[in-house]
Design a protein around this ligand. Sequence first.
Ligand code: NAD
Ligand code: UDX
Length: 486
Amino acid sequence: HPPVRSICCIGAGYVGGPTCSIIAARCPHIDVTIVDINPARIAAWNSDPDPLTGDLTGLPVFEPGLSDIVKECRGRNLFFSTDVDEAIRKADLVFVSVNTPTKKSGVGAGYAADLHYVESSTRRIAQVATSSKIIVEKSTVPCRTASSMRVILESNSRPGIHFDILSNPEFLAEGTAMRDLQAPDRVLIGSLDTESGQCAADRLSEVYENWVPAERIYMTGLWSSELSKLAANALLAQRISSINSLAAICESTGASIHEVAHACGLDRRIGPQFLQASVGFGGSCFQKDILNLVYLSESLGLTPVANYWKQVIEMNEWSKNRFAHKVVQTLFNTITGKKVAVLGFSFKDNTGDTRESPAITVCRFFRRELARVSIYDPKVPEAQIHADLVDREHDATGVVAPQGTNNVTVCSSALEACKDAEAVVVLSPWREFRCENLDWGHIYENMSKPAFVFDGRAMLDAEKLKKIGFKVHAVGTGPEKTDAWL
Ligand code: NAD
Ligand code: UDX
């Protein structure tokens, strides 16, 4: 393989867009074309800057710092296009960065990854390529997917054309994607142990070496690389489920999850990160990737392994429901007709993404209890909130909720959402909700009394809120200290 001069990225989503924008910024000598079959998404990537601020506010993905990078590179060596075939043809290296959601029906439904987007991209590459290429799995895929891709490529390509497949999973987290991409903890490249496989891996490594120190680039076998991605997400999610299980113990004993997490995190073998108690984890990756790992374990006949990891998800489901239940219980066992304000709908701060957001589970719970739910989120569009909360025929518990999304109001500020509410429920940890940034005194004045705050992110200064007059319940904080001594 010659050095890489032209890259095609199939899939202009949360991963393909930011990842390849950074490559374009750090490698001005490489042409990068990001393609997608969704014309609306490509049009949004190509949208004009806001005439007043000059910012690219129309991009389909909100990530701090992304619009500046796109502005710098777009039209120079970064292109967004729906012409998939042309971009494949001229590329030396093709990233496959398409979605791999959990299968909804058929064999493995509810667990296995739906690989049909990966397969159709692979077939397309085989059909249109007129020269040899390096194909890189960027999507998160089950272990040994590269082997299926190889069969598809070899059976459908023109004579004399050779493909090498690499695994190069992406570890960025949303909300900090640009920072994670500019200074990754590691870049993982998996390849076959053949001369040509190693050469392909070296070529991809050279691309990253334009900004990533060589010692952070870790070369492994293909299957280890594929499995490491599922493993890393499973281990991270496991920490959150572990801390959330302990948060429940704290709430009934008077121990504080802040203190427990800090005390445990001081042990260097444990470390302080990813021990923030919460209503539960969300996002498009953790649940999907663990289900995928569960399916893989089950297919290998390793039922105890499957059950072990499944428990991480079950604990998460339980945490979300436990929290919602606590709200209802505290509001004198009924929220029927009551106004409940929800602050934060995205699955975490600094993103407008709502995939698997805990807010969806919690708001659906409130709706089934016939509350009036008013929601404010700094980045999630109103239409997205309605789309996430619209009733399906039956939910997981078999309960039919009221039709449509009546009784859901999306507000344009926290103050508006909280006006006349009986309770404020904080569900994503946006900085602007913190006591120093939001006028909680004003919110209190305009609420029904007693005024409750339920802090699903254990992020607010409870003492400050109590001084204002609020009754405060935070994840992982127990009963009042006086009770705790009894
Ligand atoms: P996404 O849904 O935002 O983007 C995927 C894009 O691929 C979509 O725009 C879709 O239209 C396009 N696509 C599908 N099939 C196509 C085809 N045949 N040709 C051209 N385009 C096609 O998904 P995402 O969040 O970017 O995730 C992509 C992959 O990366 C997934 O496997 C995911 O597990 C993994 N991943 C995601 C994250 C994250 O934070 N979102 C982090 C690490 C890894
Ligand atoms: C995750 C992985 O971190 C990333 O490496 C991978 O590439 C994709 O999946 P992401 O889902 O974007 O990234 O965000 P992350 O920061 O991991 O948060 C996931 C969820 O866990 C969020 O809902 C977050 O609020 C929650 N969380 C995180 C906690 O509840 N407590 C914590 O201590 C950390």
